[in-house]
Write a protein that binds this ligand. Sequence first.
Ligand SMILES: C[S@@+](CC[C@H](N)C(=O)[O-])C[C@H]1O[C@@H](n2cnc3c(N)ncnc32)[C@H](O)[C@@H]1O
Ligand SMILES: [Zn+2]
Length: 382
Amino acid sequence: MEFSDEVFQEIVEGDTKLLVPKKSITEKVPPKKPAFFNPKAKLNRDFSIIAYASFLKKFQGPKIFLEGLSGIGARGLRVANELEIESLIINDLNPSALKMAEHSANLNDVKNIEFSEKEVCRFLSKYSKKGKRGSIVDIDPFGSPAAFFDCGLRATMHGGILSTAATDLQVLNGLFQGACKRKYGGIPVRTEYGNEIAIRLVLGCLRVVAARLGVEIIPMFVESEMHYYRTYVKVLNRPDQQENIGYILHCKNCGNRKVSVEQEQECELCKSKISIAGPLWIGKIFDKEFVTDMLVEIPNFKVDKKCEKTITKCLEESEMPVTYFTLDEIASKMKSSPPKLEKVVSSLQKNNFKASVTSFCPTGFRTDAKINEIIEIFNSIQ
Ligand SMILES: C[S@@+](CC[C@H](N)C(=O)[O-])C[C@H]1O[C@@H](n2cnc3c(N)ncnc32)[C@H](O)[C@@H]1O
Ligand SMILES: [Zn+2]
């Protein structure tokens, strides 16, 4: 394949040279032809590099990366070039994307890479046997990843990491509840913390598929921006120890919320009818040690400054309760202007509540205080 300067250009992302279609840089929505590349996804690829580095630091087995939907190979080539990996196989249905990836592999002098042009589940099934599985498997489709959870889990070795991305935001955020129930097995409720509900729906679906296959998933790290939700789970070849599936019960009248394995109909505080999100993942979404190792790894890579800020918040919220509140939500209930976030967190802590910021929202905070207790604290600092 000839790569004319009119259609293609070389860029550097992280520490890796990439051949990309020119239009993917110049146009607002990156075109799918000749191949898909989204320059805005650099930040999520930066997070991937840091998360995979944290994983590889402690992982003892063979270091094999399988990428099911590679596009022009941006993520895979960065993994090959910036991390210590023994072998990589990157797969995409689009032959032009793979040719570009091959060209970029040569630009970076990457040798331990193979290319595969198969439907993603056929590709992953080929590697779903002992000795062939990936220690890191990535699934990054257009839209929902749910159709690929089975083959992704089967292709991940014991102790390995499966990372997935979802971009079907309207479905996960509650615009099409029927579609969400069909795809992810649970329904969202529209709340200020809708991005957390979305991630928990993705994890809940992964957990149900994993349980069916007799494997356990342990979320290590999750990350969301305006256009996507990404999850990183460890896969263990044993039946799961805890169910971790339940509901978030949210009262749209008073803002009270609760996590429960049972559905309930009435708000404990104001007795209004409660909205129910789920079934979804109600366990931890961050592994404290994994996230700490991510922070340690940052200086080793050329990544966006936002990564450190976000990962620091993930560490702070890693052992905090499910769901967060926002300053605006509380202030609008009180019909006053919101206080400073740091002040809210420290006042909650001084009053013996757990409290932290959250990576999910710049004005969000987690706490075990109930909404009425939070309002009291807000009153005391006004
Ligand atoms: C969102 S893009 C991947 C982006 C890439 N992971 C990155 O970080 O730049 C999705 C890719 O999936 C490929 N694709 C779509 N359906 C597929 C299928 N069923 N099997 C394999 N590849 C597929 C498309 O050609 C496209 O390149
Ligand atoms: Zn209520």
